[in-house]
Design a binder for this molecule. Structure first.
Ligand SMILES: Cc1cc2nc3c(=O)[nH]c(=O)nc-3n(C[C@H](O)[C@H](O)[C@H](O)COP(=O)(O)OP(=O)(O)OC[C@H]3O[C@@H](n4cnc5c(N)ncnc54)[C@H](O)[C@@H]3O)c2cc1C
Ligand code: SF4
Length: 415
């Protein structure tokens, strides 16, 4: 991206004293200060400011739902369009893609990262930068986690992950790929080999929805999007023409947009409204423009065979204010049943953790001590495993936070 383009956009920033964008950013990146440096052409200083709180600008700049975060809070929304913070972040990250933060001193402590999604990557980079000897293990053949194997290629240029791998190589972070902890290698055997361990294994299993399924196969978007499991040709032949997806989060939208590119007819059903959906508004807008039909306030009840037809029975829903002030409660609307003849049903209704990694290790999470703690003082957890908001930026924040806490010896005991 051209420096002039980045600078022109940065010049729109008002450098607000109240910093609403900073508060809205889960990493609390110092956006006004960053913009000020860019306006003055102080590119290295701009990068340094960002690096205090974020070491994955190439991922966040490309994939954060900024309209719900920093850009959504930007003061300029009141009079015109927000500053394109994500675009600037991405642009600056491209300028510095080869820059490495080498440690000033080494401490000869061994640190292990399990899982190289955004949380594990950010933790590994930060720990190496802080002087630890870092090793990592991932069950996949490449780093990136969900960003590599589930986020569709049309939304994110995966080449960027090669730049991160180069940083790993230059920082001498040794990675064992294709190694599944809990099957190929066991956590209990790793516990005593390292001074500290960070576990960020993401969400390995799909969450299910309680509907009646009668002699029919249902699919999970988490599986179908996984490039290690299915190719585009597989999806074309595996699924019929008329596909219904349940859910309206990132995963549902990515599934829908992927299938539209394979010329499927795609409907999404969602028990809440578009305004209430976890997916980014711009992604939803893009899906609608690409021909995805979204049915709001509709929930699935059963999926069964009637003769030769596969029928999805649904019922209408409405939203009731929660008495505790929380998220609106979904209620069924009486006599609002409706049915669709479909070919295939895909659930995109959330994901949950797999506990295989911990099997027989005696390691358990202790959230009562800290969201990142376990019953072993040198073993930590992070990323989607602990985060309420399942987003790249939140995963990165856990990786950096735990790294800083380990380096500061916050959890250190007499090991
Ligand atoms: C389809 C989809 C689209 C998304 N789009 C966005 C988006 O646009 N913006 C956004 O902010 N967020 C998005 N998200 C969410 C985001 O990808 C996650 O919040 C983020 O990747 C979580 O990072 P993580 O490091 O915790 O876990 P993950 O990225 O899931 O990485 C976990 C890693 O651990 C490895 N692993 C797991 N178990 C083991 C084991 N036992 N042994 C060894 N390795 C193991 C896996 O191979 C993987 O590499 C999306 C998620 C999905 C599924
Ligand atoms: S809210 Fe918008 S204008 Fe104000 S400092 Fe942040 S980016 Fe700049």
């Amino acid at each position: 991206m051209d420096k002039y383009v980045i600078q022109t956009e940065a010049k729109r920033c008002l450098e607000c004293k109240t910093k609403p964008c900073v508060f809205a950013c889960p990493a609390h990146n110092n956006i006004p200060e960053f913009m000020k440096k860019i306006k003055n052409g102080l590119w290295d200083e701009a990068r340094a400011i960002w690096h205090v709180t974020s070491n994955l600008p190439e991922l966040c700049g490309a994939l954060c739902q900024n309209e719900n975060l920093c850009e959504g809070a930007c003061t300029l929304n009141k009079i015109h369009k927000p500053v394109k913070i994500g675009m600037i972040e991405k642009g600056v990250s491209e300028l510095f893609k080869d820059v490495i933060d080498y440690p000033i001193t080494k401490n000869n402590k061994r640190h292990l990262v399990i899982g190289l999604g955004p949380a594990g990557i950010s933790n590994a980079l930060k720990m190496a930068e802080l002087g630890f000897d870092v090793e990592a293990i991932d069950s996949n053949p490449k780093l990136g986690g969900t960003v590599y194997n589930l986020v569709p290629d049309f939304r994110f240029d995966k080449i960027i992950l090669n730049d991160i791998q180069s940083k790993f190589d230059l920082l001498n972070i040794k990675v064992k790929y294709d190694t599944y902890v809990g099957k190929d290698i066991f956590l209990k055997d790793l516990i005593d080999q390292y001074d500290s361990i960070f576990i960020a294994d993401g969400l390995g299993l799909p969450s299910t929805v309680d509907i009646h399924v009668d002699h029919l196969h249902v699919f999970y978007a988490q599986d179908l999007l996984n490039k290690y499991l299915y190719s585009k040709d597989d999806l074309i032949s595996l699924l019929g023409k008329n596909v219904y997806i349940v859910g309206l989060g990132n995963v549902a939208i990515d599934m829908a947009r992927t299938l539209r590119r394979l010329h499927k007819t795609v409907h999404i059903i969602y028990r809440r409204t578009i305004d209430d959906a976890p997916a980014g508004k711009s992604e939803i807008q893009a899906a609608i423009e690409e021909g995805v039909v979204i049915h709001e306030l509709l929930g699935p009840v059963s999926f069964k065979l009637k003769g030769n037809d596969k029928v999805l029975d649904c019922e209408g829903t409405c939203l009731i204010k929660s008495p505790t002030g929380g998220r609106d409660i979904v209620q069924k609307v009486p006599n609002s049943e409706t049915s669709f003849m479909i070919d295939d049903l895909i659930f995109a209704t959330g994901q949950k953790t797999s506990e295989v990694l911990f099997h027989d290790s005696g390691v358990v999470q202790t959230p009562e001590i800290s969201p990142f703690a376990t019953n072993y003082s040198h073993i930590f957890v992070g990323g989607d495993r602990v985060n309420k908001n399942k987003r790249i930026v939140d995963a990165m924040v856990t990786g950096i936070t735990v790294a800083k806490q380990i380096a500061e010896g916050i959890y250190e005991t007499n090991r």
